[in-house]
Design a protein around this ligand. Structure first.
Ligand code: NAP
Length: 285
């Protein structure tokens, strides 16, 4: 058996097209969605991410601006900028690119973003809303995973879902979203015993550990849906996931490739959240 491919590139393209059309409609009634990205320091990967986010906004017709700050920026200066953006009516979404320089308290910075403009969904209020099943802005990567499952009509209710990784930005939120969709969920981490046995129970297996090829075919249940969130750079410079694709594709029913799976969905959902924040701001204001 060879798994069917979950094509995140194609799905994200479709979502981005729908967003572009909706942005056009909003503009025709005078609402112009805008995203501000704040980048502190000169991490090369972060610079690429910020550039890509700006380009994605522009292609969707969303106003985008970058606030580039030096690596030694004071925490208070960074928070002042966020406070200004919180009040700026042209800005509906604020994203602080992570990681931040070490002298800056990440939690404090994320908390200073208005929850209504928190398009990354990392604010504790949005995290809390997600936890109790209330409407809010949802972190882009987990949201993108759920959208992929929905797009391919992959059932979640009653399934056993195994999430490998318990970070606040991927593992925990995706587990919570699967739980709200009535899956039975196991969350694995570095202290999990018998990881292979747990993974083998997964009708849905989500790999978000950041360990190249750690999920091998012998850890995949026959016919399972395998979602690979991992992004690892190999020695030859190419990107690869947490799943050993060659062996897993023979066991899975569905599988996401890396690249071209979850990655492109993350940026699509950032645009989605910016549009949502613009609509919320319009109705509230
Ligand atoms: P993270 O904060 O480093 O968390 C990794 C999690 O995996 C931790 O909970 C860790 O357990 C667990 N883990 C690590 N090694 C393990 C092992 N051998 N066995 C079991 N669990 C293990 O990473 P993250 O930010 O969630 O990101 C995870 C991966 O997804 C990375 O490759 C990242 O680049 C990628 N990512 C991709 C996107 C995208 O758009 N596609 C977005 C975000 C992240 P402990 O808690 O016990 O340490």
């Amino acid at each position: 058996m060879s798994a069917k491919i979950i094509d995140g590139k194609a799905v994200s393209k479709k979502i981005r097209e729908e967003i572009r059309e909706e942005v056009e409609k909003l503009k025709s009634v005078g609402v112009h969605p805008g995203l501000a990205v704040v980048l502190a320091g000169d991490n090369p990967a972060s610079r690429v991410y910020v550039k890509n986010k700006g380009e994605a906004c522009r292609s969707a017709g969303i106003h985008s601006e970058e606030h580039k700050l030096p690596a030694d920026v004071k925490e208070s200066e960074l928070i002042d900028i966020i406070n200004r953006l919180n009040k700026d009516p042209r800005i509906n979404g604020i994203l602080v690119q992570l990681p931040l320089p070490l002298h800056i308290n990440k939690e404090l910075v994320l908390k200073s973003i208005s929850p209504d403009k928190d398009v990354d969904g990392f604010h504790e209020i949005n995290m809390g809303r997600l936890f109790i099943g209330q409407e809010g802005l949802i972190p882009c990567t987990p949201f993108g995973i759920i959208k992929l499952l929905e797009y391919y009509n992959i059932p979640v209710e009653g399934k056993f879902a195994v999430v490998v990784g318990r970070s606040n930005i991927v593992g925990k939120p995706v587990a919570m979203m699967l739980l709200h969709r009535n899956a039975t969920v196991a969350i694995c981490h570095t202290r999990t015993k018998n990881l292979k046995e747990v993974c083998l129970m997964g009708d849905i297996l989500i790999a978000a550990a950041g360990r190249q090829g750690m999920i091998t075919g012998d850890m995949v249940k026959e016919g399972a849906v395998v979602i690979d969130v991992g992004i690892n750079r190999m020695d030859n410079g190419k990107l690869t996931g947490d799943v050993d694709f060659e062996s897993a594709v023979k066991k899975a029913g569905w599988i996401t490739p890396v690249p071209g799976g979850v990655g492109p969905m993350t940026i699509a959902m950032l645009l989605y959240n910016t549009l949502k924040a613009a609509k919320m701001g319009h109705h509230n204001g």
